[in-house]
Ligand binder design. Sequence first.
Ligand code: PHE
Length: 359
Amino acid sequence: MSNIDALKKEIVETVQAANDIASLEEVRVSALGKKGKVTGLMQTLGQLSPEQRKEMGQALNRLKDEITAEIETRAALLKSAALNERLQKEKVDITLSPRPQGKGTIHPISQTIEEMIVIFAEMGFSVAEGPEIEDDFHNFTALNFPPEHPARQMHDTFYLPDAPDKKGLEARRLLRTHTSTVQVHVMQEQKPPIRVIIPGRTFRSDYDMTHTPMFHQIEGLLIDKSAHMGHLKGCLIEFCRKFFEVDDLPTRFRPSFFPFTEPSAEMDIGCSREGGELKIGAGKDWLEILGCGMVHPNVLKNCGIDPNEYQGFAFGMGVERVAMLKYGIPDLRTFFESDLRWLKHYGFGPLEQPNPALS
Ligand code: PHE
């Protein structure tokens, strides 16, 4: 074996023996560095005859290339082994339960919905739910919105791509703009007498101090043979007095319009704004809190209920709005920012019962 082969064998062995990048670098310097073995041999070329120099020069260059390649291969191997080891070491066991970092709280929206359900449950209402992705029929047509009616535009609807298996208005899918859609589902599925409340998320393309693209409503629907406007008023007055914990809370009903109720009304509650502070109860001012009315005969018909036999009332109210009023929360948008400090301040403990009227 020539000297060069012996040297190659020796260097390759030390390359293979290097167990980390630092010792591999040492091997490289000792072979190819300024004072390295191969470099040393290169420097002796000048002493050789021209033929020998040519032959030896080529051999040494080859040796240099081979050693460089060996070192690169070894370096890649060591780097990936080091990475694997690090990944193993830094692995996070996501099946471990987290250490509790303070108490969680119940979001004011959940709390408010819970309080509303309790009050209506006492009056004999049960809870119904429906889908958030809807079709045009349940959001508009069944609720007596004529096809090109401007009220459709007023809802700032989020539309989804049309359903592929249907055509025209029937194919149109959307995020429900109000919980009234569930009135339709309930009437299609249940026979009167019906007495339900429907809490849920609703969506409209709107964003400012008092509007967020997602918000919550609670809907009420009562259908039987004799329900009238007096029942509607009694039910809502009772609800508001209990919810706001003000026994003599003044209320008033103003005529309004919704395509799905006739007659329609909006309900206001009394308040005072003296000294810039809003107080629910007797005062000079009024605050609008919900929409309501007698279910339109066309809606009953559209849902398969005979309007000559049955009648009833419906109402809908914004959950954030009444939560803001009851708990003095000034900005609607903060409900959905998930700021832990806000949640800690306005959130409720799991067994907290902030409404004594309910306990
Ligand atoms: N759906 C109406 C709205 O979102 C509220 C409403 C519900 C009005 C039921 C009357 C009856 O504004």
